[in-house]
Design a protein around this ligand. Structure first.
Ligand code: GLA
Length: 501
């Protein structure tokens, strides 16, 4: 169906009052979607006609009020655009046409096609279904709190388990972090990602779902093993996997986390991108939780996850963040890992003690890459001083995976107290040379072969900003090598990591 402009519709209304006036009065008011837990949780449409023409709003559980843009009314039918769950994406067109005593509504949002019916509601329905708004805090700058002096080392549930997690699995993972030796290699946080949340109590307190019967007991269990525990939420009403987020309950949730003994929070924008529509609003939403965490008095590492937008490295610390994602989600493929590791790892100038670029969690051990590719993954993350977040099932690791994850020399480069993020020094076709200065005056050099065939890769003393190289260590092998050696033959997608003095 073609839609004429609002001006044409207004002229038609004048020329043909009998035809046009009736739908006008019919359409105004509240239209109810059938209640559903499905994404995007459509609640209602509201339509009104003012001096400037028709206006409307679609209200959803995920994104709150989405304004109808370019709204055109013809007869009893509507056509309009709404933001696609995210103001950065092209808007999507929806239509509503008379159907029985209601309207038939079709449109698209994010990955979902909507094809449903609305029926008339009352002002009381509109009040009941109204989406609440909460003020954001005034801009403030939080002082450093001394946490995360080196990049956090942890295990996180998401890459392997997604939302299929429970108390028992988390306890088993904690046990295996200890028994595998990985705790003693430096991995300290057990982070429960999306999927632990249940509902809210009548007073608004967040409750875990049935798979997590007692969060405090779980935290005690983890703490008793010399580990710390992390949890996950969102500034939006819904998390990315559709669980309840902290919108409207920020201080209350921070207090719950602290009372349970939580030591780390990953705060994921998710549906908040529909509500917080400008970079300034997103920053304030993160600041709000940063302040709430500080107000608990408990040291809680704060991980910002808004996919590296809005130059987050320039303001992540100011809102209390200790790490911030530089990218969308990693996948267990060489293409995904190398795309992030080589090119979307954040501005090195932003990283240092107390605040780190987070190129997302490790996939090592999940099976989608070759041993050489996983070695490249660990080498890249170490040379860029990235947080090291294990993402595999620690209960079924092979000895080779443990060896990959626990190499003390590699971890020492990642965790070097100088806290400098390494950079690419040179690129030569598929060969790359990266360098990271270390606290004791030595330099880590990583050589990479990004091509599809084995090839030699060489570095120079100038690449390392060293006049003379007195000692050279092959970090993965854990052995000294000839200080005069400059070239290594690397397998396809392979890497070597050196420590020079
Ligand atoms: C987003 C994040 C992931 C993970 C999921 C959970 O995609 O980027 O790291 O936390 O949400 O739903």
């Amino acid at each position: 169906m073609m839609f004429r402009s609002a001006a044409v519709a207004a002229l038609l209304a004048l020329a043909s009052p009998v035809y046009a006036a009736k739908p006008a009065t019919d359409l105004a008011g509240t239209w109810l979607f059938a209640p559903s837990d499905d994404y995007p949780g459509l609640r209602m449409m509201r339509l009104s006609r003012g001096a400037t023409g028709w206006q409307g709003m679609v209200t959803s559980d995920w994104y709150g009020d989405l304004r109808m843009r370019g709204l055109e009314v013809e007869g009893g039918s509507l056509s309009f655009l709404i933001d696609n769950g995210n103001p950065r994406l092209p808007a999507r067109r929806w239509t509503a046409e008379p159907s029985g005593s209601g309207m038939h509504v079709t449109g698209d949002i994010w990955h979902r096609h909507v094809d449903t019916q609305v029926r008339r509601g009352t002002p009381a329905d509109a009040a009941r279904l109204a989406f609440p708004t909460y003020p954001l805090p005034a801009p403030a700058t939080l002082k450093p709190d001394g946490q995360a002096s080196t990049p956090p080392m942890e295990w996180s549930s998401w890459n392997h388990f997604a939302a299929a997690i429970d108390d028992r699995t988390i306890r088993e993972i904690a046990d295996h972090l200890v028994s595998s030796g990985l705790r003693d290699a430096g991995y300290r946080y057990i982070n429960v990602d999306d999927g632990w949340q249940g509902d809210r109590a009548p007073d608004g307190t967040i409750r875990p779902n049935a798979r997590f019967p007692d969060m405090k007991a779980l935290a005690d269990y983890v703490h008793a093993r010399g580990l710390k525990i992390g949890i996950y939420s969102s500034p939006g009403p819904k998390t990315c996997a559709g669980f309840v987020g902290s919108h409207g309950h920020v201080a209350q949730d921070a207090a719950s986390f602290a009372a349970w003994g939580i030591d780390y929070l990953k705060y994921d924008l998710c549906s908040g991108e529909g509500l917080y529509r400008t970079a300034a609003e997103v920053k304030l939403a993160y600041q709000e939780m940063g302040q709430a965490l500080r107000a608990t008095g408990r040291p809680i590492v704060y991980s910002l996850c808004q996919y590296g937008r809005d130059r987050v490295g320039t303001w992540g610390r100011d809102v209390g963040g200790h790490l911030w994602r530089t990218t969308g989600d990693i996948e267990d493929t060489y293409a995904s890992m190398s795309g992030i590791g080589f090119d979307r790892n954040g501005d090195p100038a932003a990283a240092g003690p107390g605040g780190w670029n987070d190129p997302d969690m490790l996939e090592a051990g999940n099976g989608g890459m070759s041993d050489d590719e996983y070695r490249t993954h660990m080498t890249l993350w170490a040379i860029m001083a990235a947080p090291l977040m294990l993402g595999n099932d620690l209960r079924t690791m092979s000895p080779a995976t443990i060896a990959l994850l626990e190499n003390r020399g590699v971890i020492a480069i990642d965790q070097d107290p100088l806290g400098r993020q390494g950079r690419r020094i040179r690129k030569d076709g598929g060969a790359e040379i990266w360098a990271k200065p270390l606290r004791d005056g030595s330099v880590a050099i990583a050589l990479f072969n990004r091509s599809e065939a084995a090839r030699p890769v060489a570095f120079t003393a100038e690449d390392a900003s060293l006049k003379r190289i007195g000692s050279l260590r092959d970090v993965w092998a854990g052995v000294p090598d000839n200080p005069a050696r400059r070239s290594w033959t690397l397998p396809a997608h392979g890497a070597v990591l050196l420590r020079l003095k």
